[in-house]
Write a protein that binds this ligand. Structure first.
Ligand code: SF4
Length: 192
């Protein structure tokens, strides 16, 4: 019996490095790079190159969404100003309302692509990183479609396994989440 198909949204190569391998055991996996949150076309290209390396290594198809940062900026309008930014970042770095809007935006793109491709399931690497709100990612995915694979990939040392896999593949590892607002945090500790 053939395995069910799964579209895995990749937020970046490193976060998908371990789970691509893990999911291949049970699903026919295709990768989906949909990240208009990234602040510049140059940075988008660097992260896409890492996703391409990962896809080639695992022999998986990679689908790439159009880059449209203006559309993403319109979505988070109201959360980009200094006061909103400070409010969102005060106690929950990368876990504020702007980030939830951002998760939802990328998951919706994945829902649409999964439907277009006739896929059985979809998932996202967004929950791998401890800098993200994995519970929010799962709640949003669940609310969008019954095809969402409800897994918080940060569990069972998912982050550590991802870093190890990314290092072994020599993938580009960025030092900020993606949007210009995460850059302004100047969070040197964030190394993906
Ligand atoms: S910090 Fe990351 S998750 Fe949050 S809005 Fe920016 S790119 Fe999206």
């Amino acid at each position: 019996m053939s395995k069910p198909t799964l579209l895995l949204h990749l937020c970046c190569g490193p976060c998908g490095a371990h789970i691509s391998e893990e999911l291949k055991a049970d699903y026919q996996v295709s990768l989906f790079f949909a990240n208009s949150n990234i602040d510049t076309a140059e940075e988008f290209a660097k992260r896409l190159a890492a996703a391409q390396t990962l896809a080639e290594y695992h022999g998986l198809p990679l689908v790439v969404d159009d880059y449209n940062h203006a559309e993403w900026l319109a979505l988070v309008k109201g959360w980009e100003d200094e006061s909103s930014f400070a409010k969102a970042m005060a106690d929950e770095p990368e876990k504020g309302e702007r980030c939830r809007l951002c998760y939802r935006y990328r998951l919706l793109k994945t829902v649409d692509k999964c439907a277009e491709l006739g896929g059985d399931y979809f998932a996202t690497s967004l929950s791998v990183s401890p800098y993200k709100d994995g519970e929010a990612v799962v709640l949003i995915g669940r609310s969008l479609s019954p095809k969402f694979l409800e897994r918080n990939f940060s569990q069972n040392n998912g982050w550590q396994k991802s870093i190890a896999a990314a290092k072994s593949l020599k993938l580009y590892r960025q030092n900020y989440c993606g949007c210009e607002f995460s850059k302004r945090q100047g969070k040197e500790a964030f190394v993906n």
